[in-house]
Design a protein around this ligand. Structure first.
Ligand SMILES: Cc1ncc(COP(=O)(O)O)c(C=O)c1O
Length: 369
């Protein structure tokens, strides 16, 4: 955390807007909840770092008990490794000679794990690691219904054998993401669907174990599914990352109740063009609205103030009949989807009890390779 002399000690009410803020006490309670869930189920937490992009947050999560981090990109893992975090799952397929060389280099300073879902990935990784004289840990991503990446379950044993036969690759287990099931409204139906989907990966693990192939890791789950997935026998770790921030999407569409909103965007009302309409200084360059519209914290219960739409630089707010809202008033927004909001910002201002404690630079922002 940077102790920015100009900002530390500033009351939140005096921050210029729009500004992305993290309420540290709430963040710590969310982290404690995730650690508690994992301890209860005797599994590990490897939170996805794609949502926070901050080495300080990564370090806090590991200090709190996470076994390491999940990353979306090799370039994110490089930054977290340089910040002293070693056990890094890159939950992605690594393709291209530059990336393979970088991965080999990364194994010199960290213990990365990468995913494969095709024999060609295995050939390319083995070749690159052999050339560099390194080894790397591998998970097979299993297709469990999301139809994104992932090997068809019947191909998993053959891929695992191939990895086991590659001298520079170490078969570490399986991963599967149930991201297509997060928004099922009826919770009993959601649980059945997630159990069925994750069950496919668990069966793959059982088949491998029967063949004598040790499957140390079965890594699954996002914030929108962890309350269910964490209770499924066989999984060894959770990837849920956005849980540290929480947002309107997880609450409204995924029905996640046990976490609190730690991340907010503060905005200022800059226009009152009509009785029922206010304009704020936060639009799409500050907030994401693609997955879910942001909520206005001041009226999240009664809906008298509601974000109607976002254009690039402005946000349009519906003002209910009894609401008082004047030019210069401030609004606290709960991001619709924190993941796609954080990546719009250079930093997060960390606050506690209404006072700025420091600034978190988002070091992996723009790290897309
Ligand atoms: C591979 C993978 N794991 C886990 C997640 C869940 O992330 P979060 O918990 O931040 O929603 C995602 C989200 O896109 C993902 O792609």
């Amino acid at each position: 955390m940077h102790l920015d002399a100009k900002l530390v000690g500033t009351p939140v009410a005096e921050l210029d807007t729009p500004v992305l803020c993290l309420e540290l006490d709430v963040f710590q309670r969310n982290v404690a909840h995730m650690i508690h869930v994992c301890r209860q189920q005797k599994i590990s937490w490897r939170p996805h770092a794609k949502c926070h992009k901050s080495t300080w947050i990564g370090q806090q999560l590991v200090a709190a008990g996470a076994i390491g981090l999940t990353c979306a990109k090799l370039s994110e893992a490089e930054v977290f490794a340089a910040a002293g975090i070693s056990d890094l799952l890159i939950a992605n397929l690594i393709v291209g000679s530059q990336k393979l060389r970088r991965l080999a280099k990364l194994t010199e300073v960290a213990r990365p794990i990468v995913c494969v879902d095709h024999v060609r990935h295995i050939e390319l990784l083995e070749q690159a690691m052999a050339m560099a004289g390194r080894t790397v840990r591998i998970l097979i991503e299993v297709e469990i219904g999301m139809k994104r990446v992932g090997a068809e379950p019947q191909r998993v044993p053959e891929l695992a054998r191939r990895i086991a036969d590659s001298p520079h690759l170490e078969f570490a287990g399986l991963m599967a993401y149930e991201g297509h099931l997060l928004t099922i409204h009826d919770l009993a139906t959601k649980e059945t669907a997630i159990r069925r989907s994750i069950g496919i990966a668990v069966e793959c693990r059982d088949r491998l174990q029967e063949e004598g192939i040790v499957c140390g890791i079965l890594s699954c789950a996002g914030t929108g599914s962890f309350p269910i997935t964490s209770r499924i026998d066989g999984i060894t770790e959770l990837q849920a990352g956005g849980a540290i921030f929480m947002d309107a999407f997880y609450r409204q569409h995924c029905q996640i109740d046990a976490l609190e909103f730690a991340l907010t965007v503060l905005a200022t009302v800059v226009g009152r063009p009509a009785k029922d309409r206010a304009i704020m200084d936060a639009g799409r360059k500050t907030l994401n609205s693609e997955i879910c519209l942001p909520w206005i914290a001041e009226s999240s219960h009664d809906g008298t103030l509601r974000v109607l739409s976002l254009s690039a630089e402005h946000g349009t707010v519906h003002v209910g009949r009894n609401a008082e809202l004047q030019i210069g008033d401030r609004l606290t927004l709960i991001p619709g989807y924190a993941d796609l909001t954080v990546c719009l910002h250079n930093q997060i201002v960390a606050v506690r009890n209404g006072i700025v404690e420091g600034v978190l630079p988002l070091e992996t922002r723009g790290h897309l390779t």
